[in-house]
Write a protein that binds this ligand. Sequence first.
Ligand code: GTP
Ligand code: MG
Length: 252
Amino acid sequence: MPLSRHLAIVPAYNEAAAIAATVGDLHAHTDFDVLVVDDGSTDRTGECARSAGAAVVRHPFNLGIGGAVQSGYQYALDHGYEIAVQVDGDGQHDASHVGDLLRHLAEHPELDMVTGSRFLELTADGYRSSMPRRAGIRLFARLLSAVVGRPVTDPTSGFRMVGRRGIELFARDYPHDYPEVEAVLLLHFHQLRGTEIPVRMRPRTTGVSSINAQRSAYYMLKVLLAILVGLLRARPVVEAGDSAPVQAEHAI
Ligand SMILES: Nc1nc2c(ncn2[C@@H]2O[C@H](COP(=O)(O)OP(=O)(O)OP(=O)(O)O)[C@@H](O)[C@H]2O)c(=O)[nH]1
Ligand SMILES: [Mg+2]
């Protein structure tokens, strides 16, 4: 049995320069157990994470961020955690907000996921990504808000906390490649509920971003197609009083 009922899942790929500080930040601000998913790094990410006091799951080769996060949810499910929060390994997510996410989830038991949004804060300080990426984020935000029927302001934020139902869903199924936007849809199509609260993020100070100019274009196209395909796919129809889908078809 785990010591805590709460787990921080930290996906990390070649983050040796930042991972110890990220784990330290989580230990300083939360009582969450910390799992670093070392996604086939070629540097010392795994060793640094372990020395900093985290549990480490290591992929034999690089699966990409979606695979890394899904491994984390599988670990959370297998070890009986009730709450899991995703925190990037590059130090951009400020662990002092983990308590805010937890409080919000505890105060709203109808919710399954709470996401930290950079764009809800009234003051404009904190990292909000580059101009071109912000344009993409705005487009995804509009599309997602229309589809899920609630305001989504930061669809690419990977700073998210889920309860048990979210852990079960994401352990079973999690999008690959650039998963954050699709994960919001996945949650919605499984009739789970999400919301956002304001957080401040930091710029990446070390390591290499997964999103350069070339990949941004691929990201946009891939995620737009994924949204479209997700909308076209058949989904289970749940009738009032049923606990199981009556029409056994697939969700996104
Ligand atoms: N680049 C990359 N990151 C991965 C991978 N697997 C896990 N990660 C981790 O996923 C997290 C998010 O990736 P980032 O490249 O920082 O993406 P981002 O935060 O949207 O982009 P930046 O704002 O430019 O940092 C980081 O902690 C990475 O270490 C992978 O295959 N590639
Ligand atoms: Mg980052």
